[in-house]
Design a protein around this ligand. Structure first.
Ligand SMILES: [Zn+2]
Ligand SMILES: [Zn+2]
Length: 181
């Protein structure tokens, strides 16, 4: 489930994307895997019979977690594009957080390198630190983990200072805002 602060629009070169309808401050919990998000096993998906091309197409609507299952988000979350310098990152709390202020009209992005997919996905994010090819390699390099951790920790410190549109929804899944992150 993604907070209703976004809209789906066509990007220049990456199909549809998610854009901020209003300013979204750093520290906003923007999405999480809610009870309406579908979780599928590799067998249910017929993943092992898929061609590389089909596995690539899967990235358009699902992502793979460490336990090998696939999550098909219930809503526009699926249109979040990858960036190597994403303004949304995952946390250890079961939610994703905005790590850089997102201006009105700016595209919201997530770092797919956090996922456990198997294909190699060329990246055209255009960021200075672009990895060029997202290969979903794990464990994540020390350097990248550090890059994420600095951003996520700074954003978590703001969690109780910005308005949290998903607060009630998170509670339904027993996810509470960390008090002293
Ligand atoms: Zn959901
Ligand atoms: Zn990139």
């Amino acid at each position: 489930m993604i907070a209703r602060l976004i809209e789906v629009r066509e990007t220049k070169n990456r199909g549809r994307g998610v854009f901020a309808k209003e300013f979204i401050p750093k520290g906003t919990i923007i999405c999480f895997e809610c009870r309406q998000c579908r979780v599928l096993t590799a067998d249910e998906l017929g993943f092992y019979q898929m061609s590389e091309k089909e596995k690539m197409a899967l990235l358009d609507w699902a992502y793979r977690k460490e336990d090998g299952t696939f999550v098909a988000p219930c809503d526009e979350t699926r249109y979040l594009n990858h960036s190597c310098n994403a303004n949304i990152l995952g946390t250890d709390y079961g939610f994703d957080i905005v790590v850089e202020n997102i201006r009105k009209g700016e595209e919201a992005t997530y770092d797919y390198r956090d996922f456990y997919d198997e294909v190699k996905m060329p990246c055209y994010c255009g960021e200075k630190n672009c990895c060029k090819v997202v290969d979903f390699k794990h464990p994540i390099s020390e350097e990248l983990r550090h890059f994420w951790a600095v951003k996520v920790n700074a954003a978590l410190k703001l969690v109780n200072q910005v308005s949290q549109p998903l607060k009630e929804e998170l509670k339904k899944k027993s996810i509470f805002l960390p008090l002293h992150p």
